[in-house]
Design a protein around this ligand. Structure first.
Ligand code: SF4
Length: 408
């Protein structure tokens, strides 16, 4: 069955049904896909298109935007057109809550411009309206040939499902603890909604699931369970990871465990940006997580020693920063030909203690002289000493060596 995946990385991937979204495929034989979300007002066409383009340039393979008002829905096709004029074809995902059925029905151009819809079974409607509003969204997806992510979220869980699970638990001979009941409610909310979407005619090749929570251990427990109970493609992420290093560490801790177990077909790192910080940071973190785990290769990985008392000048840190920034800036240009190839590593080492050894194990390595040592920096290419750089322009010359190597 061509829609079912085989192991696609250094860890055995869970078999999932592939969901094509434009030129990208979530699940199946596809690699783990990086996605992100804008934080602009979607009704602001220029600002949103600019941020989508920025995220795509940074390497986001799918970009989600909130579609919460009639103005936002009307803006979507214009954002799509604006991006197309600049050559940006990244698939756009519409994030709908509460009124998705109305917006999609009233703005068919929005329904068409989006490559995928995300709906939350916890707030697609309540009581009897829930069934009809859910069905309306699925029918729109069928009419336009679009896939749907059914994204359950602990912060907006379907309360009827919680009540049903508590009721079921009270009849168990050995009742589950509250955390397990809550997990079950979240998972059942996603699975039951997916089953209903299939009943309405949406094929598995157009369904992605997620069950997001904000705790690391909870997320791991939820996805282990969810992954074992279905073969839908899975979107992974902490729902609110937090700011700065806390958000990065929490996301990496949770997602690394799951990815290592083969779970997850697309990831989003939900970081709260610092004031003035670029939204692209979450894309860079997602890429670096996948790359350091050996699941994808986006850019050369820079290995730098931490420095110590042997590197008391700032030259070593400046070199490491120059190399890392250069690699990151070159990413859009290099990505097309680079992705999917083996990881390439660059070593930037502060002195001869570990420098030559580490450099030899990398594709390209440079070992600076430690403070007070002779001012000569040997460069190793594919394990062999290739040259020695000297003088003020070591950083620029080394960057040139890296560019030549990538070009070759
Ligand atoms: Fe210190 Fe040299 Fe080791 Fe770097 S390689 S941490 S400079 S001893």
């Amino acid at each position: 069955d061509p829609t079912v995946s085989l192991p696609a990385g250094p860890v055995a991937r869970r078999r999932s049904v592939g969901v094509p979204i434009g030129a990208v495929c979530i699940g199946g034989d596809g690699p783990v896909v990086v996605q992100s979300m804008t934080n602009t007002d979607t009704a602001d066409i220029v600002g949103t298109a600019r941020q989508v383009a920025e995220l795509a340039r940074a390497g986001s393979e799918l970009v989600r935007l909130t579609v919460n008002t009639a103005e936002a829905a009307a803006a979507v096709p214009r954002i799509r057109d604006r991006l197309a004029m600049t050559g940006c074809s990244v698939p756009l995902i519409g994030d709908f809550h509460y009124n998705g059925h109305l917006l999609l029905e009233r703005e068919p151009a929005c329904a068409e411009a989006l490559a995928k819809y995300r709906i939350n079974p916890g707030n697609v409607g309540f009581g009897k309206k829930k069934d009809t509003q859910f069905a309306a969204i699925i029918e729109t997806a069928l009419r336009h040939g679009k896939p749907v992510r059914i994204g359950a979220n602990w912060g907006s869980i379907d309360q009827a499902m919680v009540a049903a699970q508590m009721d079921e638990n009270s009849r168990r001979a050995q009742p589950w603890d509250a955390a397990r009941v809550a997990r079950e409610a979240l998972i059942r909310s996603a699975l039951d909604s997916a089953a209903r979407a299939e009943e309405l005619g949406l094929p598995r090749e157009r369904i992605v699931l997620s069950c997001k929570v904000s705790g690391v251990q909870e997320l791991i427990a939820v996805y282990r369970d969810l992954g074992a109970r279905c073969d839908y493609a899975l979107h992974l992420g902490l729902t609110e990871a937090g700011m700065g290093s806390k958000g990065i560490v929490a996301s990496a801790a949770a997602l690394a465990v799951l990815l290592q177990e083969g779970l997850g077909d697309t990831i989003r790192i939900s970081l709260t940006p610092e004031p003035g910080e670029s939204r692209t940071r979450e894309v860079i973190v997602a890429q670096e997580l996948l790359q350091t785990m050996g699941l994808r290769a986006f850019t050369p990985l820079v290995t730098a020693c931490p420095g110590c008392g042997r590197t008391t000048s700032t030259f070593f840190q400046e070199l490491a920063r120059t190399v890392q920034d250069h690699v990151r800036a070159k990413m859009p240009e290099w990505r097309i030909k680079y992705d999917g190839v083996e990881n390439m590593t660059l070593a930037v080492m502060g002195c001869i203690v570990n420098g030559p050894g580490e450099s030899r194990y990398s594709n390209i390595g440079i070992s600076l002289p430690g403070t007070g040592e002779a001012p000569a920096a040997p460069v190793f290419i594919d394990g062999e000493k290739a040259m020695t750089l000297r003088g003020e322009n070591i950083a620029q010359e080394f960057v040139g060596v890296v560019d030549d190597y990538v070009a070759r």
